[in-house]
Design a protein around this ligand. Structure first.
Ligand SMILES: NC(=O)c1ccc[n+]([C@@H]2O[C@H](COP(=O)([O-])OP(=O)(O)OC[C@H]3O[C@@H](n4cnc5c(N)ncnc54)[C@H](OP(=O)(O)O)[C@@H]3O)[C@@H](O)[C@H]2O)c1
Length: 266
């Protein structure tokens, strides 16, 4: 089984790769920080291939996917996990950052799905996993572009799942609420501390990764984690009410880059 995971160098993607690891599994690990992917490879039992790719680079959006196929053959499970977020007032975010966010969060995942889908349909098997966000159905202030991008990916994912019924190809849509990762921690640090922010349930990346692997194996269509955020799925007005009243104000600082963003410039 060939599994491709984007954003495997850190956080949720790294845990997904580890959770899939096992005999008979061939994993293609994709991210900018090749050194971290190589470190991860050294820990894995199954066959792995590390691919350095900047998904924000529009020059060749899918070179990493072709490389994965050349190395391990057709993709059985595509995990669109890599993502970008900015948490700050909307007016400070320039066009270049907006383009990067939509490129990584929306255009690349959809282009990758278009690339693998004909083969999956011909084989009547395959799973597409999209790591969305609860921001897709519970938009919040200071997350405008992020929520818009995840709304786009989430709706694409849900529509595609319906369209592919009875084809043998499955789609799993994953909607994490806050999860403790470098991105998750950085997002929180962009908001002023408040009683409500301290009460918000925060998830664990390894627990989520195990749920994702179980869902791929069992054929589940959707994961919302931590479970508290199911309230926003079932009662969208409630999620919006909570976001409007309880999401703390942004500090107003420009969202600092994550380590991978800095490495890219060297
Ligand atoms: N943590 C949360 O609270 C939370 C909540 C909801 C949804 N999510 C979603 O979960 C996914 C994973 O996020 P995370 O929390 O695990 O964040 P993370 O620990 O910061 O990991 C992000 C991953 O994306 C990769 N990435 C970012 N920009 C990239 C680029 N231009 N090219 C290639 N790879 C790139 C990073 O790799 P390099 O830096 O090495 O390139 C890294 O492996 C994202 O889609 C995020 O939106 C997270």
């Amino acid at each position: 089984m060939h599994i491709v995971v984007t954003g495997a160098s850190s956080g949720i993607g790294r845990e997904i790769a580890k959770a899939f690891d096992g005999e008979g599994r061939r994993l293609s690990l994709v991210a900018r920080r090749l050194s971290l992917l190589e470190e991860l490879r050294a820990e894995m039992r199954g066959e792995t291939h590390a691919i350095r790719a900047d998904l924000a680079d529009p020059a060749d959006q899918l070179a990493w996917l072709r490389e994965a196929e050349e190395h391990f053959g057709p993709v059985d499970v595509l995990v669109n996990n890599a993502g970008v977020s900015y948490v700050e007032p909307v007016q400070g975010i320039d066009r270049e950052r907006i383009a990067t966010l939509f490129q990584v969060n929306v255009h690349v995942p959809i282009a990758a799905i278009h690339h693998v889908l004909p083969g999956m349909l011909a084989r009547r098997s395959g799973v597409i996993v999209n790591i969305v966000s609860n921001a897709a159905f519970s938009p919040a202030p200071y997350f405008c572009h992020y929520a818009a991008s995840k709304g786009a990916l989430g709706n694409f994912s849900e529509s595609l799942r319906m369209e592919l019924r009875k084809t043998g190809v499955r789609v799993l849509s994953v909607y994490p609420g806050p999860v403790e990762t470098p991105m998750g921690d950085r997002n929180w640090s962009q908001l002023e501390q408040s009683a409500s922010s301290r009460l918000a349930p925060i998830g664990d990346a390894a627990v989520l990764a195990k749920m994702i692997v179980d869902a791929v194996e069992s054929g589940k269509a959707r994961i919302i984690y931590p479970r508290f955020y199911l309230l926003g799925w079932w009662f969208p007005w409630f999620g919006r009410w909570v976001a409007e009243r309880f999401v703390p104000r942004a500090t107003g600082a420009v969202t600092p880059p994550l380590p991978g963003d800095l490495e890219q410039r060297h």
